[in-house]
Write a protein that binds this ligand. Sequence first.
Ligand code: FPP
Length: 269
Amino acid sequence: MSKDTNKTSIGEMAGRLLRGMTAQTAENTNEVQLDRSRIPAHIAVIMDGNGRWAKKRSLPRSAGHAAGVESLRAIIRECDALGVKALTIYAFSTENWSRSKEEVGALMGLLLKYFSSEIDELCEKGVCIRILGDIDGLPAPQRDAVNAAMKRTEGNEGLKLNIALNYGGRDELLRAAKLLAKRALAGEDVDSFTRQDFEDSLYTCGLPDVDLLIRTSGEMRISNFLPYQIAYAEFVIVDTLWPDFDEKELHKAIAAFQQRDRRFGGVKG
Ligand code: FPP
């Protein structure tokens, strides 16, 4: 093991430990009441703030990402328990390749670890995994791991867990346009194409629209995430950094969603 790798794993361990301590502190906060009959069907999450979380603790950025995986575990379990139909998480964007070699390597490493350590539990819960993004652009070990996870869980009928990986929203729209163009070139009438045809050409084919979009760390941006699917989503932006985001924070976000008056462009009453 190189000196650098060694330092990173110590950072990761410290990150996990600190994340656990923060989660325990959050236990003391008051519970919010949720209307169980109005749980959003599709929640999308931009898991932001891992780097700042690590920096605040003088840890390497990889420790923030490792702590972020712990939050992810907790949020997946809670979404499953609440009966959320689909959870879509932004794990790695097409732009994230521009980060340092160390950080990209750490994220890819976490991804591999995640699939080997979680797949049994996810399968047991009936979770169905789908990758949104360009799988062919991933390094071979990650590509094999995600393909195996999708294959193993494809028949599952529980929570749909969609992991945006090597994903870009504009690329997704372009890909859909190309798929339809190919159908037209093969002889279909362009004017016969419907919105359903377009939606069926997106990575999210068959999933409900996003109801609730959560972004952590206070940033008010979409960052090229699901630009089509969030057309009528309710946004909840919290200052909490992703590694500190826990089940109670999720409940608060859902409670905020339940307070919203969704009109879908119409008027009420
Ligand atoms: C944004 O925080 C976070 C990411 C780019 C990566 C998110 C990934 C994980 C939580 C773990 C990997 C996922 C799986 C499925 C194993 P940032 O690094 O931009 O934070 P900053 O804005 O504070 O720098």
